[in-house]
Design a protein around this ligand. Sequence first.
Ligand SMILES: Nc1nc2c(c(=O)[nH]1)N[C@H]1C(S)=C(S)[C@@H](COP(=O)(O)OP(=O)(O)OC[C@H]3O[C@@H](n4cnc5c(=O)[nH]c(N)nc54)[C@H](O)[C@@H]3O)O[C@H]1N2
Ligand SMILES: Nc1nc2c(c(=O)[nH]1)N[C@H]1C(S)=C(S)[C@@H](COP(=O)(O)OP(=O)(O)OC[C@H]3O[C@@H](n4cnc5c(=O)[nH]c(N)nc54)[C@H](O)[C@@H]3O)O[C@H]1N2
Ligand code: SF4
Ligand SMILES: [Mo]
Length: 864
Amino acid sequence: MNAIRTTCAYCGVGCGISAVPTGERTVAITGDATHPANFGRLCSKGTHLGETVGLEGRLLHPMIGEERVDWDEALNLVAGRFAQTIRNHGPDSVAFYVSGQLLTEDYYVANKLMKGFIGSGNIDTNSRLCMSSAVAAHNRAFGEDVVPCSYADLEEADLILLVGSNTAWCHPVIWQRIEAAREARGAKLVVIDPRRTETAERADLHVALRPDGDVALFNGLLAAMRDRGGFDAAYIAQHVDMPEDFIASLAIDLPGIGIDAAAFDALADMVAATPRMVTLFSQGANQSSSGTDKGNAIINLHLATGRIGRAGMGPFSITGQPNAMGGREVGGLANMLAAHMGFSDAECAAAQDFWQSPTIARAPGLKAVDLFRAVHEGKVKALWIMATNPAVSMPDAGFVREALARCDFVVASEVIAETDSARFAHVRLPALGWGEKDGTVTNSERIVSRQRALLAAPGDVRADWDIVSDVARRMGFGAGFGYRRAADIFREYCAQTGFRNDGARMLDLSQWAGISDADYDGWAPWQWGGVSPFASGRFSTPDGRARIVAVDAPAAPAADPAFPFRLNTGRYRDQWHTMTRTGLSPKLSRHRREPLVEVHAHDAARLGLTEGSIARVATLQGESRYRVSLSDGQRPGELFVPIHWTDTLSSGGRTGRLPAPVTDPVSGQPAFKNTAASIEPFESDWRGFMVSAEPVAIAIDCYWTRARGEHGWLTELVGQGAIDIDALLPHGQRIEAQDGARGTIRVAVRDDDGRLRAALFLTRSGLLPSRDWILGQLGAPEGASGSELLAGRSADPAPDNGPTLCVCFDVGMFAITRAIREQSLTSVETVGAAIRAGTNCGSCRPAISRLIAQTAKEDACVNA
Ligand SMILES: Nc1nc2c(c(=O)[nH]1)N[C@H]1C(S)=C(S)[C@@H](COP(=O)(O)OP(=O)(O)OC[C@H]3O[C@@H](n4cnc5c(=O)[nH]c(N)nc54)[C@H](O)[C@@H]3O)O[C@H]1N2
Ligand SMILES: Nc1nc2c(c(=O)[nH]1)N[C@H]1C(S)=C(S)[C@@H](COP(=O)(O)OP(=O)(O)OC[C@H]3O[C@@H](n4cnc5c(=O)[nH]c(N)nc54)[C@H](O)[C@@H]3O)O[C@H]1N2
Ligand code: SF4
Ligand SMILES: [Mo]
């Protein structure tokens, strides 16, 4: 079969993929060597996409409650309830909450229906939680939401500042391009992050600032540049609008930044000495109560020094989701109308004339946090959620669940049947997923690429744009929604970007308004705005000048003795958001099997928290439980937890419960990374784990988390008091061993063929076997002996390879350290040559590099 070119399902790097279907539900994935975003590279998540295209857990039919229905019945109900609610309570009583994981065509149709035909601004997207501060900063500075850089700038820079970005884990292919460029031209890398991440470990300088110290830091850098004569007076005079007292107002406030003078001076020296500088920023900047100001502080530094619009220079906001950019472009944020237009009278008229619509939204709608508040208050009575899981991913998610539970009518368009959010839906609509859907996405550098169908649509599923259009027709808006295929929508969207544009907006795709179906199908990646949109020095403001926006550092949060820690939340390398897809991959599940709370050793000692124990983390909003990981990469007084675990996968790691619904005053983006919190030991007297062929429902109150294995599931368990083993274990032939002194119980359950179906290991004070061997015995036809199963290891054990770092070649951490020691390996390359680790997707290369350094350090100590 011929390879089909498409783009990755996951992050905003937007890597091209070359996919070959190998069966009904299987595909072979490689990087597309011709795609300009990745030139053939892929990270661990992209590489293992093939493990997630099966039908496990899929929503395959429209459902009303628990009843399977046909499309007519489901869509008549949706259209009827929305129309009725609008008739009785007005257009603002309904809302859509959509996602950067929709295609541009899906997004365009949803936006058109809400803003042009229903006539409300109430469509917001999970990009509110992700990009909206960067959007607001761009609009303030440039007059339009235009990203000024391209990935090539990272390769042409001499200095790269990463602000609040764990690039090695979250944008791994950008990271690989940065690493290659550092090697090629010796570019210096600075990481600005309160935590020492794997990204920070690889930096020339790690600036471990205090949470939300960024505005103070960039204002301080501006002051330092002023003092060193680093402002570009000619550039400012020609292209920048700068407040009169801006220069004089700048000062260096070290306590506000939270670093010492030596660290600040080291950074200021690098910045002053290196004009070719790119500042790349993501969630450590955006997800903050000062997120928009952070964006503008960064942009201010680039404008004042003229470091923008030239090769290797610029402020570069990178996007999270595969189509965060496409959503911004069509106008999927509640505060934008369409195609980079706002709500002026002229823009409203332009959109309405273009759509030939009966009405038009005249004002911005509710932003995500306000939207769910309005649902909770009963003001929004019908809500349609598409391609996002707000019951997990919104701040104060407990409140969001209450809002969903109270809402008169909730619709969810999903690919997965049982998500934490879909459980609240009255109607579930099955949508095409990655590999089935067909349309366009825009990546972080404005490249529009195609996602193409590789697999036939399973069950009754339909494209998101098709579902929305059908509902629009049933609401009586037939004329506006007669699309037959995605290309029809793309042509219309391209035409809209040019309609009454007259050069006012850089987003202008009107050259593609007449593209043929065949050319759309053959579409090659194309970048709007060009490599450097501001090369001419002209910006999208009325006078063409960029704006320096004076911003003040936020005050430090008031101390709260009940919640003395600052809680930071973020991502793991191999999991994607709420794990509805990556959680299905055994390989991706290996890197981090449980949600950890990272805490500094001094704090842990003070509070009686030990490595591997369970802790309860609480905020004013709620509490969650995590496995403790001591980390000197964590600043004292600060905690880090991952965002991925849901109620489907754990009893307590659901982080969405914790963050306060505090938002940036300009963008409305939640401040996910800085919430007052407390931490304490979770009292327990037993711990253990279970492997099972089927996922097991855990009905007792304990800590549990579940991870995917090759042939089943691994469930970790920690709790107190009695435990009803019979309730946990499936039926079958049981063998058992007990050790009263240590309070250890070991049980294995086999089926009639002798295959292992489940095994349980619990102990009060003893040791537990390693998880991998016994997990590997599930479903094995030539079963291990009973005594081996109860021991949890083979009679002839292979060396323990430790937690998997390289998921591509399945190489564990201990195996890598052994190779480093035994073969005296000193570089990531030689490790790769010796044991292959790190030679495919490259996502584990930072971890290998860290192991080399750590091993050298340990050996030096031993030898000293
Ligand atoms: N593996 C993986 N990759 C992903 C995703 C995923 O779920 N998994 N999701 C994608 C999406 S949608 C997004 S938005 C991106 C996010 O990509 P990133 O923004 O890189 O990811 P995060 O882990 O959310 O946060 C980045 C860093 O911000 C730091 N930080 C916290 N507070 C501050 C602060 O006050 N100042 C500074 N300077 N830094 C701070 C955190 O310590 C953290 O290391 O990743 C995308 N890629
Ligand atoms: N505490 C904390 N919370 C956060 C963040 C943080 O850093 N800290 N980050 C925030 C950010 S940046 C983001 S982007 C959000 C992400 O949060 P969510 O958007 O809630 O996370 P996902 O798990 O990606 O949810 C996507 C859903 O859409 C479904 N889906 C996938 N493809 C399709 C499709 O083609 N069509 C349809 N209809 N459904 C589909 C998936 O099964 C899944 O249920 O989380 C935010 N929440
Ligand atoms: S960096 Fe990884 S997750 Fe992101 S688009 Fe590329 S392959 Fe996909
Ligand atoms: Mo995101």
